[in-house]
Design a protein around this ligand. Structure first.
Ligand code: PSU
Ligand code: MN
Length: 312
């Protein structure tokens, strides 16, 4: 049976790093096209790449451009994606059709994990993963990101799940799916803009080395899937959960009243919160993604060191 060739297109620096066994961190592009307004989205994407480099790893921002699954984006491509207002949002379900048609789209956490695995990248930094939406018992809105974490072997660093989600239900689903959820440096699970969601994370780890060893052990045991590392937002950038709660409730009600569903829910809520907090949610979002990029770079390096220490 003939299959089409893998449609991967590597940026030269990323290819060199992967072939040379240097640490690489995957970055998603939906956060650029659907998570932040222009021009902050492009500025942030560049800063996040710079954070990864400063921490000694190579950044690989992932997107589909005219049918090519790009592993690492040129600066101009990043700018074009960030300026365009109608880029498709690609999750697991959308990836193959977009590539087969030669179309363009931004990858979510789920689709970026798939691309990272194909490219041989094991560490990925983002802002917040998708999860179980509030009211999911009626809407059935559960992000494909959770299922991806259960089957694709990538360690994803996020600032927890966005507080617009139902965090206890998100943790329940992750447990059901067998996804290790690791709070970094604290006991509590973080809530994106706030350092604590008011619930404990199932696991706590305090060093990149510990996280790397757990990643490799999962692989050795033949357990599919990745890990979620929940890195709390830096204290100086935090927005207290109590200040956000009424604004989240308002955005939620507006989404329901406007009949927003499926892929539009997350971008709608993020954009409304940006307005309702007069930009404060965006400033916090930028700070936490940068922090996640730094931690992911340390984990990527720790993975390589941990492997080198394995005898045989
Ligand atoms: N985190 C952010 N901003 C975002 C997202 C995450 O700070 O825009 C995106 C990610 O790409 C994530 C997606 O995978 O939202 C989840 O969308 P959904 O709930 O439709 O699966
Ligand atoms: Mn959804």
């Amino acid at each position: 049976m003939n299959q089409p060739p893998l449609p991967l297109r590597f940026a030269p620096a990323v290819r060199e790093a992967i072939e040379g066994g240097a640490p690489v961190v995957a970055l998603e592009s939906t956060i650029i096209t659907h998570g932040m307004p222009w021009p902050e989205n492009v500025e942030t994407a560049r800063r996040v790449e710079a954070e990864v480099r400063a921490a000694g790893a190579v950044p690989a921002t992932i997107a589909v451009l005219e049918g090519a699954l790009c592993i690492g984006l040129e600066d101009q491509a990043l700018e074009r994606l960030g300026r365009s207002e109608k880029t498709a949002k690609l999750s697991r379900a959308d990836l193959a059709a977009c590539i087969a048609r030669g179309a363009t789209g931004a990858t979510t956490v789920a689709a970026t994990m798939i691309a990272a695995r194909l490219a041989g990248i094991r560490t990925f930094a983002t802002g917040g993963i998708g999860g179980v939406h509030r009211g999911a018992e009626k809407s059935f809105d559960i992000s494909a990101d959770l299922h991806e974490l259960a089957q694709t072997p990538v360690t994803v660093v996020a600032a927890g799940a966005k507080a617009i989600l139902d965090i206890p239900k998100t943790l329940e689903v992750l447990e059901t799916l067998g996804v290790p959820v690791i709070a970094f440096g604290q006991d509590d699970f973080p809530a994106f803009w706030s350092r604590s969601a008011g619930v404990k994370a199932p696991l706590r780890m305090d060093s990149p080395e510990e996280i790397a060893r757990a990643h490799l052990m999962r692989e050795a045991l033949g357990i599919p899937g990745g890990q979620l590392v929940a890195n709390p937002i830096p204290p100086e950038a935090e927005i207290p959960a109590a200040a956000l709660a009424p604004l989240i409730a308002q955005a939620q009600e507006e989404a329901e009243a406007a009949g927003i569903g499926a892929k539009e829910v997350t971008p709608f809520l993020l954009a409304r919160l940006f307005e309702l907090t007069e930009g404060a949610s965006l400033r916090a979002n930028i700070a936490l993604v940068r922090a996640n990029a730094r931690l992911a770079a340390r984990i990527a390096a720790a993975l390589i060191r941990a492997e080198a220490e394995i005898p045989g």
